[in-house]
Design a protein around this ligand. Structure first.
Ligand code: SF4
Ligand code: SF4
Length: 323
């Protein structure tokens, strides 16, 4: 019997999700035995034309990591959608927009100008910046267009399932692959991780404060972190109250606060707003000046609360008009 065909693709991301597949260690042999990998640009020499030549719907499942921010990424995910029975948004950037989605605090021109013209290390006296099309003696050269706005995968194509995490942990990947192979999948649109908050399973939960008695928010490098106590109790921002569990508390076990890479639970529409409201309810003061003073000790609040979820949040992006 023919094995189910599987594809992997990489959009705007760091590549850590590709590593996560390798992190399956010897389990990857079980995957390779059970499926036929027909497209995986980072590891195998298949081309776009090979995918184009496949019958529509002939790939059983495509795992797509990374956000969508260029015309090439949009074309590729639309192509894979057409060719695939199932599409799984793999990892935080694909699921929610992720770290690349923080670019939505700016726009294309601001980012390109910064990268090619104004960084301290830039040496570009002719002010050359990439063009979508450029005529040369040997013909036209083209590059993909960079979009103004970074999107999560489901803002571009229909997505069947979400595997959360930066990167998704091996046990969740194996559970998802097994569920797909055995046809035991939850309803379409499910996030393939438990629908409860990280605090619910965190062993520091008992020390989580009802009220924050601290007077300022610290960054991890500024204090000696107690490995037993809730980070919030120690004045460190931990996104656990607003974050879906299922990661195995990887950062907490490493004595680092949660940054929120698993995204919100099903009940939460906007992860940053959820954390803000949890944080505000813990502040032990009603004095506006004091609240402002404490909030002002948070370095980059928008980037912290929306670190992984800006494109999929209610905010989606900063309005650049007039800036
Ligand atoms: S806030 Fe962080 S450290 Fe505290 S209980 Fe929740 S996940 Fe654990
Ligand atoms: S603790 Fe938070 S940031 Fe770390 S892996 Fe889990 S969900 Fe992601």
């Amino acid at each position: 019997m023919a094995k189910p065909k599987v594809a992997f693709y990489w959009c705007a991301s760091c590549g850590g999700c590709e590593e996560a597949v390798i992190d399956l260690a010897e389990d990857i042999l079980k995957v390779v035995e059970a499926v036929d990998i027909v497209f995986w640009p980072v590891a195998l020499d298949f081309k776009r034309k090979d995918v184009e030549a496949m019958e529509d719907g002939s790939i059983a499942v495509s795992f797509i990591n990374g956000a969508v921010r260029t015309s090439e990424q949009q074309e590729m995910v639309e192509l894979l959608r057409r060719k695939s029975g199932l599409v799984v948004a793999f990892g935080s950037c694909s699921h929610l927009g992720g770290i690349p989605g923080l670019a939505n605090f700016w726009d294309r021109n601001a980012i390109v100008n910064r990268a090619y013209l104004t960084t301290p290390s830039t040496d570009n006296p002719d002010k050359v910046i990439p063009q979508v099309s450029y005529e040369t003696e040997v013909g036209e050269l083209t590059l993909p267009e960079i979009y103004d706005t970074v999107n999560s995968l489901d803002q571009v194509i229909d997505v069947d399932y979400y595997l959360p995490g930066c990167a998704p942990p091996p046990d969740l990947i194996m559970n998802a692959v097994t569920a797909i192979l055995e046809g035991k999948l939850p309803p379409k649109g499910s996030v393939l991780s438990p629908n409860k908050s990280l605090c619910d399973t965190c062993k520091r939960n008992e020390t989580k404060p009802e009220k924050l008695l601290i007077k300022e928010i610290k960054r991890p490098y500024e204090i000696l972190i107690d490995p037993e106590k809730c980070f919030l109790e120690q004045g460190l921002l931990c996104m656990g109250p607003a974050t879906r569990g299922g990661c195995g508390e990887r950062c907490i076990e490493g004595n680092m606060p949660c940054r929120g890479c698993f995204g919100p639970t099903d009940q939460v529409k906007d992860m940053g707003a959820k954390f803000l409201s949890a944080f505000a309810s813990m502040l032990d003061t009603n004095d506006e000046e004091e609240i402002k003073r404490i909030v002002d000790t948070i370095v980059d609040p928008a980037g912290t609360f929306y670190r992984f979820s800006l494109p999929s949040s209610i905010l989606k992006r900063r309005n650049m008009k007039g800036i």
